[in-house]
Design a binder for this molecule. Structure first.
Ligand code: GLA
Length: 465
């Protein structure tokens, strides 16, 4: 099994996107790039908001990616530019401590997260100078992991520029950790699939230790991604971190109620591991031990103590006063069950496999909407539209609160499904239509459109000419 990101021979002339990127690089810096580092986005098929609780998730990489064209030098600085004029240039010294400003999550700070992660992991005192031109085809703030792909791309580029050798698993772990410099407490799914993905297969990603297993998706179904048109940047609000914190608090409260020493417990999966019981039993224990009313800060302070609270709360959740522990843990344990069922249905097939998979996806959406409260009215509307247009299952994908839905459709219905959703959802709001028409068919950047069929793509690569 290959453990390092593959190094490919790039035939620039045959790849319109690389060719454009190469030209942009040459125009900007007056030299040729030495290599290209590429990291894909992902669509999560099922298993939302459970990676940071220690549970397995089931994503696949998508064709859309972040690519950096890179040259290496001894200039003592890292220069960053982007093919999208919306994203401004930035440069930073290789000798100074790399600073990441959490209050202003600009694109280049994500890149610098990756650089810093590799620098620290490999103990590099002085980084090689780099000139980078970055090109992204993953729509930003859409739940398809554009930010993590940028971090992964930067980590890979920094590894290559500094002649280091790391396995895909190491890279995924480093990039999951270093993305937290920007302030979000993500769980590692995005970086793992970006490095571990293989063309043609979805993956079950398991944590502690990080590993991936191929999941063969049914031949007679396709997965369609549709953008709700509502942007969600998880570093720009506290929605995401608040959910992470609620899960940690639920772990502590549940652990304590069950008589466990909850000092080292931070993830809901650890409670299950300690007790050695099934997910079914965990759901029953949540019913028994947690109350559906929100927990107030006072109640939590009384039960856990100030010190424990301080280890759990993040900078942007310090001032929250109510926490929904019962609802969040019911979602997590239920969603963890659905992931395992999804995998087992994919494995065993059977006559009604598609309808079982579809039902699991739709149950996942309902749980995200009602228990985890990470949907929004537009996403709910989009998911309903997808179901009415013939999808067997449909759900929000990624962090939520906006971004995309993923739907499973039988292959023979794909065309009529796309047409029906295009006609029913996008014209309702002129902003959605603008998004849908942004890239005309046949445009090399067609993949940026907001409604498309997606097949499992390959993971991160380095390419040289
Ligand atoms: C974001 C995070 C992931 C995961 C998803 C929700 O994409 O980066 O780690 O938690 O949200 O499933």
């Amino acid at each position: 099994m290959e453990t390092n990101p593959p190094k490919l021979k790039a035939v620039i002339a045959a790849d319109a996107r690389l060719q454009k990127l190469k030209t942009a690089f040459e125009n900007k810096y007056g030299e040729c790039p030495a290599f290209y580092a590429s990291a894909p986005g992902r669509v999560n098929l099922i298993g939302e908001h459970i990676d940071y609780c220690g549970y397995a998730v089931l994503p696949m990489a998508i064709e859309q990616s972040i690519i950096a064209a890179v040259s290496v030098n001894q200039s003592g600085s890292i220069e960053l530019a982007n093919t999208d004029p919306l994203y401004r240039d930035y440069s930073v010294s290789c000798t100074a401590d790399i600073h990441i400003d959490r209050d202003n999550p600009h694109w280049f700070y994500y890149f610098l997260c990756g650089v810093k992660g590799i620098q620290e992991h490999c103990g590099i005192r002085e980084l090689a100078g780099m000139r980078c031109m970055v090109d992204g085809s993953i729509p930003a703030s859409s739940g398809l992991s554009s930010s993590s792909a940028l971090v992964c791309c930067a980590g890979l580029a920094t590894m290559e520029a500094n002649h280091k050798m790391l396995s895909k698993v190491e890279l995924a772990e480093i990039c999951a950790k270093c993305e937290r410099y920007i302030g979000t407490e993500g769980g590692g799914m995005d970086q793992s699939i970006s490095f571990l993905a293989e063309k043609g297969t979805a993956k079950l990603i398991q944590f502690n230790p990080l590993r991936s297993t191929d999941v063969r998706l049914p031949d007679d179904a396709v997965f369609v991604i549709s953008n709700s048109g509502v942007a969600m940047n998880k570093a720009a609000s506290n929605h995401f971190n608040l959910r992470v914190v609620e899960c940690r608090l639920a772990t502590k409260v549940l652990g304590k109620a069950l008589g466990l020493d909850s000092t080292g417990l931070m993830k809901l999966s650890q409670v299950q591991t300690e007790l050695q019981v099934s997910l079914e039993e965990m759901l029953r224990l949540v019913e028994e031990k947690l109350h559906p009313e929100a927990y107030s800060l006072e109640e939590l302070t009384q039960s856990l103590g100030t010190e424990v609270l301080e280890t759990v709360l993040t900078e942007n959740t310090m001032h929250v006063s109510l926490f929904q522990l019962y609802q969040r843990s019911r979602h997590v344990y239920g969603e963890a069950q659905r992931v395992l069922r999804f995998q087992s249905v994919c494995e065993s097939g059977g006559a009604d496999a598609l309808s079982q998979l579809g039902a699991l996806m739709s149950q996942s959406h309902a749980s995200c909407r009602d228990l985890y409260e990470c949907s929004c009215p537009e996403l709910d509307r989009l998911v309903d539209t997808c179901l009415q247009s013939g999808a067997l299952g449909s759900r929000l994908t990624g962090a939520g609160w906006g971004g995309c839905a993923v739907s499973m459709v039988t292959r023979d219905k794909a065309e009529s499904f796309l047409r029906a959703v295009r006609e029913a959802y996008y014209p309702e709001d002129p902003r959605r239509t603008a998004l849908e028409q942004q890239r005309p068919l046949g445009d090399p950047l067609e993949q940026q459109r907001s409604l498309f069929v997606s097949a499992p793509a390959r993971g991160a690569t380095i390419s040289v000419e």
